[in-house]
Design a binder for this molecule. Structure first.
Ligand code: AHG
Ligand code: MN
Ligand code: MN
Ligand code: MN
Length: 334
C-alpha cells in the first residue's frame, strides 16, 4: 500500500481480506489507535500535566503501579467500552476481565498491557502499549475469563504502540507486519513501512545481565559464547542492549535484528513463577508480530504461540527475535 496511507484506510483495505470480518474489526482497531494517541499525548506532556511518578497502589501481579499505568488502563477502557466492538477487555492492570454490557457487546476480545516498560516513564525512556485481539465466542453470552484462554495461534491481530522519539503503531493481522508513524500535526498514524522482516542472524543480544548468577545452564552457555566474541565458538563479536521496555526491544529487533531474552531463572522459580513476562498480553502479541516478520519466539522448550493458557496473568519465559539465534538457544535447552 502507498507509504503515507492512514492507518484507518489501511485497516479498511486489509479487512476485506480477513474472512468474515465486518466493520467491527476496523472500528476496534480505530478505538485502539484513539487510545494510543491519547496515551501518546500524555506521555509527551509528562511532568507538565502531572502524570509521572507512582500511583501508590499495587496491581494483581504485586507490582507498584505508576500513575500512567492506571491512567493508560482507564484510557483503554474508555476508548473501547461504548462502541460495541469487543465483548470484554483484559489488562495487566485489572485482576479480572472487564465485560461489556449486553447491548454493547461486540465480536472480539481484547487483551492489553496499557503501559509497557513503565519503570522507564520517570526517566523519560521509551514506553509502549501492547495489544492482542481474539474472537469472542459465537454465542456472545456474558464472556468469561475462560473465553480469553486461547493459544496465541488464534490471535486475529496483535500490535503495539511505541512512545519513543516518534510514536509508532506496529500491527499484524496475520499478513505480515506494518509500521505507522504518528503525524502529530494531523493526528493520524501514517504507514511508513510494510512487510517488515527480521534478519535471521544477528550480533546483538538483550538480556538483563544483573540476574546472571541465577541463570540456568542453557542461557548461561549462550551468553558466555556471545561474550567470548571472535575468539570464542561463535567466531564473532556481539553487542548488548537492555532498555527494560519490551516494546522498545522488539522494535529494535524488527528494525535491525537481534535476540531478546527474559528467561526463567532460579530467582523467579523460587518465587513460584514460571517467568517474568505475561503470556496473554506481552509474550503472545509480540510472538505473533515477530513470527509474522520471519523471526521466532519460544520459551526455550516450546513455541510461545502454541502454549495452552491456564490463567489470564500467566507468566512465561520469553526468547524471541532473529530466527537462527532463537533456534540456537532453544537447541541448548534440548
Ligand atoms: P511492565 O512495565 O508492563 O510491567 O513490563 C515491564 C517488563 C518488560 O517490558 C521489560 O522487558 C521487563 O519488564 C524489564 O524487567 P527488569 O526490570 O527485570 O529488567
Ligand atoms: Mn507492570
Ligand atoms: Mn509490560
Ligand atoms: Mn505494563
Amino acid at each position: 500500500m502507498r507509504i503515507g496511507t492512514t492507518l484507518t484506510h489501511y485497516i479498511i483495505r486489509n479487512q476485506r481480506e480477513i474472512a468474515g470480518a465486518s466493520g467491527t474489526f476496523t472500528g476496534l482497531l480505530n478505538d485502539v489507535s484513539v487510545a494510543c494517541k491519547k496515551i501518546a499525548a500524555l506521555v509527551d506532556k509528562g511532568a507538565l500535566v502531572n502524570v509521572l511518578g507512582s500511583a501508590e497502589s499495587e496491581n494483581v501481579q504485586g507490582e507498584q503501579q505508576k500513575k500512567l499505568d492506571v491512567i493508560s488502563n482507564e484510557i483503554m477502557i474508555e476508548a473501547l467500552e461504548h462502541n460495541g466492538h469487543i465483548a470484554a477487555l483484559a489488562s495487566e492492570e485489572m485482576e479480572g476481565i472487564h465485560p461489556m454490557t449486553a447491548e454493547r457487546r461486540g465480536r472480539y476480545l481484547l487483551l492489553c498491557d496499557p503501559l509497557d516498560g513503565s519503570s522507564n516513564i520517570d526517566v523519560n525512556v521509551s514506553v509502549g502499549t501492547i495489544f492482542s485481539i481474539l474472537r469472542a465466542p459465537d454465542d456472545a453470552t456474558e464472556p468469561t475469563e475462560a473465553d480469553f484462554l486461547r493459544p496465541g495461534t488464534e490471535q486475529v491481530a496483535a500490535g503495539y504502540c511505541l512512545y519513543g522519539p516518534s510514536a509508532m503503531m506496529v500491527l499484524t493481522t496475520g499478513e505480515g507486519v506494518s509500521m505507522f508513524t504518528l503525524d502529530r500535526d494531523i493526528g493520524e498514524f501514517l504507514l511508513t513501512r510494510e512487510n517488515v522482516t527480521i534478519e535471521a542472524d544477528t550480533k546483538e543480544f538483550a538480556i538483563n545481565a544483573s540476574y546472571q548468577r541465577h541463570w540456568d545452564d542453557p542461557v548461561r552457555r549462550y551468553i558466555d559464547e556471545c561474550l567470548a566474541g571472535e575468539d570464542g565458538p561463535r567466531g564473532k563479536n556481539f553487542n548488548m542492549r537492555w532498555v527494560a521496555s519490551m516494546v522498545a526491544e522488539v522494535h529494535r529487533i524488527l528494525t535491525r535484528g537481534g535476540i531478546f531474552m527474559y528467561p526463567c531463572d532460579r530467582r523467579i522459580r523460587a518465587q513460584g513463577k514460571a517467568g517474568k513476562l505475561r503470556l496473554m498480553y506481552e509474550a503472545n502479541p509480540m510472538a505473533m508480530i515477530v513470527e509474522q516478520a520471519g523471526g521466532a519466539a519460544t520459551t526455550g522448550t516450546q513455541r510461545i504461540l502454541e502454549i495452552e493458557p491456564e490463567e489470564l496473568h500467566q507468566r512465561v519465559p520469553v526468547i524471541l527475535g532473529s530466527r537462527n539465534e532463537v533456534e540456537r538457544v532453544t537447541s541448548y535447552h534440548g
